[in-house]
Design a protein. Structure first.
Length: 206
């Protein structure tokens, strides 16, 4: 109940900021993405896998209702087509099912919230002069570099918190691999590909 209330508060806050004109377009959508995703990253530390699946099922239902009734325009205030809002809870469930530890789950979801979210914000504000297109999707060097830096920081923090004492140098490849995945994903499918492949690689190499 508390978790549901907290997510609802974040959605209403985003809507309030949008109406006041503080955030708009892609920024308003990514504000929700970063805030909710960063909160979700902590779920595995105090919730079971099946409880996370239940919460994501409820989240999925709310998203569908919001799409139909336009309950939270801040999520959809963007010109391009995207299924990211629907794919977001699916990506969370998949990570919860395969992650070998709460730390791996958290790192995988933070790549989705902080990595992808901050990359979009930086790309929107500083990427107009260095933009490029992949499969018709507009990307930017500034945004991609932001994702790479954030990913590196997340992996470094994970190694410190759950290091086995022997550092696997393959971990250094993860930021580059995920950055490429984030670039080539279309219509919001990065919400599945990025956290899922992050969890798979961390399970194998950490």
């Amino acid at each position: 109940m508390i978790v549901t209330f907290f997510v609802f508060v974040l959605l209403r806050l985003a809507e309030l900021l949008r109406k006041k004109g503080y955030i708009h377009g892609e920024i308003s959508r990514k504000f929700v993405h970063i805030a909710v995703g960063s909160f979700v990253a902590s779920w595995a530390f105090f919730m079971s896998t099946w409880m996370i699946a239940f919460m994501c099922g409820a989240f999925f239902t709310v998203v569908l209702a919001s799409r139909y009734f336009k309950l939270f325009p801040a999520i959809y205030n963007v010109s391009r087509q995207t299924w990211g809002d629907i794919l977001f809870p699916i990506g969370i469930v998949l990570c919860a099912l395969i992650s070998k530890s709460p730390y791996i789950f958290a790192a995988s979801i933070l790549h989705l919230s902080l990595g992808d979210g901050l990359a979009a914000v930086v790309g929107e504000t500083h990427g107009r002069k260095n933009s490029y297109k992949i499969f018709g999707n507009k990307k930017s060097i500034a945004g991609s570099l932001t994702f790479f830096v954030v990913s590196t920081a997340i992996i470094a923090a994970l190694v410190v918190l759950q290091g086995s004492g022997v550092f696997n140098y393959k971990l250094l490849l993860i930021p580059a691999i995920l950055m490429v995945l984030e670039n080539i994903s279309w219509n919001g499918f990065d919400n599945i590909f990025v956290p899922l492949f992050c969890a798979i690689l961390l399970n194998a190499w950490l």
